[in-house]
Design a protein around this ligand. Structure first.
Ligand SMILES: Cc1ncc(COP(=O)(O)O)c(C=O)c1O
Length: 404
């Protein structure tokens, strides 16, 4: 079936706005990483853990699990959501500094936690003395990351470990989302130099996520995994790291970005006096794609006519409006190129929205969540129903409840 038929079938069955995910693309993205790793890292073990919050639909994570990847989580809510779909069997936690009850919960559930402060290390040693110690390190310039043990805290960490007769088992870093290849090379170099100097005996180095994805391109948008693993293999050799040392990565954006698209209906088009710029009113809103991580939202768009036929003309400028009263409710915060014949009854597809898309839905402005569909083997499945009209007030009791 052609893509346009899937748009048609989904939009007609579920209405719009609706997110569509393509299983095949997810599989391709995972195997691209795996193949590159296998090629360059030979027999060295690489764990791929996809962060749940980058997409948050359990059905997509069952595909992730089917392909041998684990899931990175950051909170007890995420554990419960995955457990409800029997997906809590291969988890790691790379959280920020956690409330103690959450840390306790995750450790009790057998989730390996990358501890992000010295206090957490001490707490784990005191409360779970049998568990190995994995830490998150902040190796950024000026140690400016929000969480992570700073390089100058390593001496103190060593003392604590020695006093308690514990060895460090692993380190974790996070470079920052949409990091360029050069930045990633730099951070890889810093952490491997640190590991070889300070902790050559550790069993695990987790290099986190943040791999660049190019939203502005229409092809070759993905991170260069081949060059990345070639670089990693070379540095492992340069620093003469133990053959037993395992590696992990936590890519989110690169794995999900082009897997998802948002389909919107155009219900109104208003032109300026000279007919040069139009306001396109859709049934979307920025609350469906607020881009907490990248404000520019540089997504590619596809315009479809009422028969779901793609328009190649882009000769006019316009704004893509949301459907709420907020004056800044634009789907993309910039002027875009649109077809001259754009009109009510047409559709617009926002591409590359599989990562940090539906998962970011804001309840502010009170729009109910959009439905989500998955295309598998030429079939369309509903993997999230459209939210209810009253979702926003689902926990508001009929009457206030007095606390005794
Ligand atoms: C610890 C950690 N790992 C992985 C990721 C995923 O990053 P990205 O989606 O940029 O690959 C994030 C994102 O914030 C993160 O904080």
């Amino acid at each position: 079936m052609k893509n346009s038929n899937f748009y048609k079938k989904t939009a007609q069955a579920l209405g719009t706005p609706v997110f569509i995910y393509w299983e095949k693309r997810l599989e391709t993205n995972i195997s691209r990483i795996k193949q590159a790793a296998e090629h360059h890292l030979a027999n060295r073990e690489l764990g791929i853990y996809i962060p749940y919050f980058t997409n948050s639909n359990p059905y997509l994570f069952s595909i992730v699990r089917k392909h041998g990847c684990g899931i990175a989580i950051q909170s007890t809510e995420e554990w419960h959501q995955l457990n409800a779909h029997n997906l809590a069997d291969k988890l790691i936690a790379s959280p920020t500094v956690l409330p103690q009850e959450e840390l306790k919960f995750l450790l009790e559930k057998g989730v390996r936690v990358n501890l992000s402060s010295i206090d957490e290390v001490e707490w784990q040693i005191n409360n779970f003395p049998e568990k190995n110690i994995f830490i998150r390190l902040d190796i950024s310039v000026d140690s400016s990351q929000r969480t992570g043990i700073k390089p100058w805290e390593i001496t103190g960490l060593r003392k604590i470990l020695k006093k308690n007769n514990k060895a460090l088992a692993g380190v974790h870093i996070y470079v920052g989302t949409l990091s360029t290849f050069e930045k990633i090379v730099k951070y890889t170099d810093i952490v491997l130099a640190l590991v070889s100097r300070e902790f050559p005996e550790i069993e695990m180095v987790n290099l986190g996520g943040g791999f660049y994805y190019n939203y502005e391109k229409t092809f070759n948008q993905h991170f260069d995994w081949d060059a990345y693993f070639a670089m990693l293999a070379k540095k492992i050799g340069t620093y003469n790291l133990s053959p037993n040392m395992k590696f992990e990565i936590e890519p989110g954006r690169d794995v999900f970005a082009d897997v998802g698209e948002l389909v919107l209906s155009i219900h109104h088009v208003v032109w300026n006096e000279r007919g040069t710029i139009c306001q396109i009113f859709t049934d979307g809103s920025y609350v469906y794609m607020p881009s907490a991580t990248v404000r520019e939202r540089k997504h590619q768009l596809l315009f479809l006519d009422s028969q779901f036929k793609e328009s190649s003309d882009r000769s006019i400028s316009g704004w893509l409006n949301g459907s709420t009263t907020l004056s800044s409710d634009f789907l993309l915060p910039v002027i875009i190129e649109v077809p001259l014949d754009v009109k009510s009854g047409h559709f617009v597809i926002v591409k590359d929205i599989g990562a940090y898309g539906a998962t970011q839905h804001l309840e502010f402005l009170n729009r109910r969540p959009a439905a989500e569909a998955l295309i598998t083997d030429n079939k369309v499945q509903i993997i999230n129903e459209r939210g209810a009209m009253t979702d926003k007030i689902r926990s508001v009791p009929q009457k206030p409840i007095f606390i005794k």
